[in-house]
Ligand binder design. Structure first.
Ligand code: AMP
Ligand code: GLY
Length: 434
């Protein structure tokens, strides 16, 4: 099988790494890739939103399977284009990708199909939004969301009317997120703990991945602005069997059935961002692709052949596919450039990667990196993900941070509490297991 991966982040590095383990995989290409991916797969300088370039490349290289990592090309209809050319592609069509690309579509869809989510009002007019936000009816905190793709940064949890109105103005008037500011969603604040629940589906059959938990805020203790994700962990008790059944029954199956009945069947990877509230799980958002950094803790736990899994999704054969997952816990700590998610500098030399990778339980995945001469330098906000796998979460945390301590670049910024909320009360990160 000749495989092409689209994208350039940590997620795409894991996708490439896992695909390369496939028994029938002859070759993996990545467009455009990054400095780490280039060490194991050929990277081709075609942008992820250049549909013509990707179709040409897939034809020229006789690609059997395209795996699309990020949301932007999916929202722009890359899978429609590839399938029209007879090229097998993992991911939803443009219409099905609206579950992520339009929060208004997604909220309306959830209302039509009785999927539990936060109550919300949609505004087209900034003045109408701000006058309601200043009224006695508004209860704080409240959540203000841009209606479109904003790289995880278009959501503001506002503590008072001042912050909420400021968010409306940044989204709708200053257009910080471009056309995602045509509408805002003002949403009830949900209290609870978050979980990322990701499934593979061919449009009928659902194959759940192991659950994960992201750490979206920039700083320890979930403080600071939202980012694309500063780290993640995955272990078997994030949901537990009863809650997982409830999520499958009340959230995932209604999405798959609802999308099919509305004429745009969903095929690919569906990610439900959940808030586990006292009243049960509620959907915060849907994504139509693997999460990042969640991907960096989920795929290392997959023991089955990932390329075969992707092919089964594309060919509608998921009912015949059995996946096996490791019972180990996985932790990923993201190393970011100083200043991220705000302004940051690029081009800082990275050292210590080989030493971090000496532990066979640790893998370092690259996001914003680039090769410059014989050096590896930073080239983005999120730079690296250090992932460790161990028998329990405490061991995985320990080993991930041991890896982190060996890596250095100027301004390196990371959270020191990744995975801590998953530890049983009183447990401390322990030493590595024999
Ligand atoms: P979203 O992109 O919609 O998942 O939102 C990004 C982050 O904002 C989520 O992961 C939550 O941490 C937070 N968030 C979004 N919606 C809500 C809500 N209704 N209540 C509380 N927190 C929320
Ligand atoms: N880590 C959150 C996301 O991938 O959207």
């Amino acid at each position: 099988m000749r495989v092409l991966v689209i994208g350039s982040g940590g997620r795409e590095h894991v996708l490439v790494w896992k695909l390369l383990q496939g028994s029938r995989v002859e070759m993996v290409l990545c467009a455009p890739g990054n400095g780490g991916i280039a060490r194991t797969a050929r990277c081709v300088p075609v942008r992820d939103t250049d549909a013509d370039g990707i179709v040409d490349l897939a034809r020229r290289e006789r690609i059997d399977l395209v795996v699309v990592g990020p949301e932007a090309p999916l929202a722009a209809g890359l899978v429609n284009r590839l399938e029209a050319e007879g090229i097998r592609a993992l991911g939803p069509t443009r219409a099905a990708a609206q579950l992520e690309s339009s929060k208004v579509f997604s909220k309306d869809f959830m209302a039509r199909h009785g999927i539990p989510t936060a109550r919300c009002t949609i505004y087209r007019d900034p003045q109408a939004a701000t006058s309601w936000l200043r009224s006695a009816e508004a209860e704080y905190p409240i959540v203000v969301k841009a209606d479109g793709l904003a790289a995880g940064k278009g959501v503001v949890v506002a503590r008072d009317a001042g912050e909420a109105c400021d968010a409306v103005s940044r989204i709708m008037v200053e257009r910080e997120f471009g056309s995602a500011g045509n509408r805002v969603i003002v949403e009830e604040f949900l209290q609870g703990i978050e979980a990322s629940y990701i499934v593979f589906t061919d449009g009928r059959t659902v194959l759940p991945a192991v659950a994960a938990r992201d750490h979206k805020a920039a700083f320890d203790g979930d403080r600071g602005p939202n980012t694309g994700g500063m780290g993640a962990y995955s272990c078997d008790d994030i949901l537990g069997p009863a809650l997982e059944r409830e999520v499958l029954e009340k959230v995932i199956q209604p999405v798959i059935d609802g999308m099919r009945s509305e004429g745009h069947p969903f095929k690919g990877i569906l990610y439900a961002g959940l808030m586990l509230t006292e009243g049960g799980p509620r959907v915060l958002e849907f994504n139509v692709r693997m999460g990042d950094p969640e991907c960096q803790v989920i795929l290392p736990r997959l023991r089955s052949d990932f390329a075969e899994l992707c092919a089964a999704v594309c060919d509608g054969r998921l009912a015949d596919y059995k996946a096996e997952w490791s019972p180990d816990a996985a932790v990923c700590v993201v190393l970011a450039s100083g200043g991220y998610p705000g302004h940051y500098e690029r081009g800082k030399r990275i050292t210590g990667l080989d030493m971090a990778g000496e532990n066979p339980r640790v893998a370092v995945f690259h996001a914003g990196t680039r090769i410059e001469g014989d050096a590896l330098v930073t080239d983005g906000g999120r730079v690296l993900g250090v992932t460790a796998l161990d028998r329990d979460l405490a061991g995985a945390i320990m080993q991930a941070y041991e890896g982190v301590n060996k890596i250095h670049f100027e301004g390196m910024q990371y959270r020191r509490d990744i995975g801590a909320k998953g530890l049983k009360a009183g447990a401390q990160p322990s030493g590595p297991r024999p």
